[in-house]
Design a binder for this molecule. Structure first.
Ligand SMILES: NC(=O)c1ccc[n+]([C@@H]2O[C@H](COP(=O)([O-])OP(=O)(O)OC[C@H]3O[C@@H](n4cnc5c(N)ncnc54)[C@H](OP(=O)(O)O)[C@@H]3O)[C@@H](O)[C@H]2O)c1
Length: 313
């Protein structure tokens, strides 16, 4: 049987890495992996090559390199990394290049890792949250959702991702000491639920989508491991860390003022998720995610694997 080749953008990263490892681990042998990176000599790329991947060099800023990476592939997983540059224009240009290259090279099935264009529900005229860069409410969402149109819907599945629980490890969002000796977990979402997921599970769900194939073309499929309030996350953290963890539901405007690069974007993001909780959670079915990926982790299961990596200082 000829294997179906999947080109994975971001194979050395969180989402694409989860998909790459799922393809390599699949005993059916239905698929093979072409892992894309700018650094084939890097440690992550070399690990993928050692595990059986074809590793190729391509750059999202160079459409011709993407065409070469997609050439002959059955499938393409497409993701951009806003947080590397914080430039909406650059992310849009990269998404356009992915869409154009996947069409030009005749890939049969594309997965575009996207998020909502929040402006469809919170127009720029809405005063609830500030407009950023003159034309966005949540830049790193709007750029992705606004780029859906670059992809050919007749062969693309639009994968709506969720908040990675790894943000507690790598993005400074873990619990921090408070003056009274407990740990404070800041989540500016009041009592509303946040869909969250283990980043690795996004890639595993994407693998489930490639296995389903044509029946998913044109669909928006949202994935999440659980929908939890800040208080529920704090209780799970307390149990896992055996420390008193308290949810701190600061207001979005306070969060926007935290001062780190992108704090305004993320403050708007949490406000959007909280104020449109029903639509946002409704677009991310946990049971559908588990049908795509039976290994889907709950937050408690994720904590039992990774709690020791959460910095608590
Ligand atoms: N953090 C969250 O909670 C969350 C939730 C949902 C969605 N997201 C979105 O996830 C995206 C990032 O995905 P991730 O977390 O999987 O990334 P990641 O772990 O930070 O890794 C970035 C990946 O993108 C590749 N890459 C970046 N720029 C590239 C370029 N110019 N050309 C080729 N490859 C490039 C990197 O490859 P090399 O360095 O090897 O070239 C690497 O594999 C962001 O856009 C973010 O908005 C994040």
């Amino acid at each position: 049987m000829t294997k179906k080749l999947i080109t994975v953008i971001g194979a050395t990263g969180a989402q694409g890495g989860g998909l790459a490892r799922a393809i390599l681990a699949d005993a059916s042998g239905e698929f093979s992996l072409r892992a894309v990176t700018r650094k084939p000599e890097g440690e992550s790329a070399r690990a993928l090559a050692a595990a059986g991947a074809e590793v190729v060099r391509a750059d999202l800023d160079d459409e011709a390199s993407l065409r070469r990476a997609f050439d002959g592939a059955h499938g393409a997983f497409c993701v951009t990394n806003y947080w590397e540059h914080l430039s909406p224009d650059r992310e849009i240009a990269q998404a356009r290049a992915l869409g154009e290259a996947s069409k030009a090279s005749g890939v049969a099935h594309v997965i575009w890792s996207t998020l909502e264009d929040t402006r469809l529900r919170v127009p720029l005229t809405d005063p609830r949250m500030p407009t950023l860069h003159g034309r966005f409410k949540v830049p790193h969402f709007d750029t992705k959702g606004g780029s859906d149109a670059f992809f050919d819907a007749s062969r693309t599945t639009f994968l709506a991702t969720s908040f990675y629980w790894e943000n507690l490890i790598y993005f400074g969002m873990g619990p921090k000491p408070t003056e009274n000796g407990s740990l404070g977990f800041v989540l500016p979402m009041g009592d509303e639920k946040l869909p969250g997921i283990a980043a690795e599970d996004i890639g595993k769900c994407a693998f489930g989508i490639f296995k389903r194939g044509a029946s998913t073309f044109g669909q928006h499929i949202g994935v999440a491991g659980e929908h939890l309030t800040g208080a529920e996350m704090a209780r799970a953290l307390s149990r896992a860390l055996e420390r008193d963890v308290v949810h701190q539901a600061v207001q979005p405007e306070v969060y926007r003022g935290f001062g780190f690069p992108g704090a305004d974007d993320i403050g708007n993001m949490f406000q959007y998720k909280a104020e449109l909780e029903s639509a946002y959670c409704g677009a991310r079915s946990v049971s559908e995610s588990r049908a795509l990926n039976p290994d889907l982790l709950t937050f408690a299961a994720w904590l039992s694997k990774y709690k020791s990596k959460i910095p608590l200082a």
